[in-house]
Design a binder for this molecule. Structure first.
Ligand SMILES: N[C@@H](CCC(=O)N[C@@H](CS)C(=O)NCC(=O)O)C(=O)O
Length: 225
């Protein structure tokens, strides 16, 4: 194997997309440096290297830059064989599609949208549409330990951050998005027990997430316990 380049991940502590890359790096036991920025007030050097002004950004050997969490995951995977993607091209392509689906589910029409919505009616409508999307995910899950079966894959690293925040929404706001979805519930439990997932966030994440919900002053803030 070629030697692994120097990797520096540019992160924001609360970002679930960065966490996808961190889980992949930790699972593959790759050395990396993590640099946190304040997304509300990003430094000039970050604006210069991040085409969309978003994290994650992965600096490679200090002279190349990658962005987009799923691309970063795949790059990390490819430089540290064996691959965490299924070998079959069709299954791999389907995994990539469902990773993109998971990316959408974490955005403004999903996880992030829920904590933004101001009033109860619009928030509950959003919760309904997210549950409908999660039901589709439930249908394609293997029903075994991980998405594809018994082996941990990139797709599992991609979904763990969202499943971690679902757990926090349940604890903080008594919102159970996984009701009647037994396969995803078991998947969440399995992933949350893994050290690469547990060590992929700062220890204060639960409190930070709670503060974020409160900060938006939306319907979910009114449900904080
Ligand atoms: N599609 C991107 C999404 C990344 C993303 O939305 N990151 C958020 C933080 S969690 C961000 O940097 N937002 C800053 C902004 O939109 O200005 C990926 O998968 O990497």
């Amino acid at each position: 194997m070629d030697s692994i380049p120097q990797l520096e991940l540019i992160s924001f502590k609360l970002c679930p997309y960065v966490q996808r890359a961190v889980i992949t790096l930790k699972h593959k036991q790759v050395d990396f440096k993590i640099t946190y920025i304040d997304l509300q007030n990003p430094p000039e050097w970050f604006n210069a290297i991040s085409p969309l002004g978003k994290v994650p950004v992965l600096k490679v050997n200090d002279d190349e830059v990658l962005f987009e969490s799923s691309v970063i995951q795949e790059y990390i995977d490819e430089i540290t064989p064996p691959s965490l993607h299924p070998a079959d091209p069709l299954i791999k392509a389907k995994n990539r599609a469902w990773i993109a689906f998971g990316g959408e589910l974490m955005g403004m029409q999903g996880l992030h949208g829920i904590i933004h919505e101001k009033d109860q009616v619009s928030c509950e409508m959003m919760i309904g549409s997210i549950k409908a999307l999660l039901s589709r995910l439930e249908l394609v899950h293997s029903g075994q330990d991980f998405f594809n079966g018994q082996a941990f894959c990139l797709i599992d690293a991609a979904y763990a951050p969202m499943l971690m925040r679902f757990d926090l929404l349940k604890q903080h706001c008594n919102l159970d998005l996984l009701q009647d979805l037994p396969k995803i519930q078991a998947w969440q439990k399995k992933l949350m027990g893994m050290s690469c997932v547990q060590s992929s966030v700062v220890a204060e994440l639960p409190e930070m997430y709670r503060n974020l919900i409160a900060h938006y002053e939306g319907y979910m803030a009114s449900r904080l316990n």
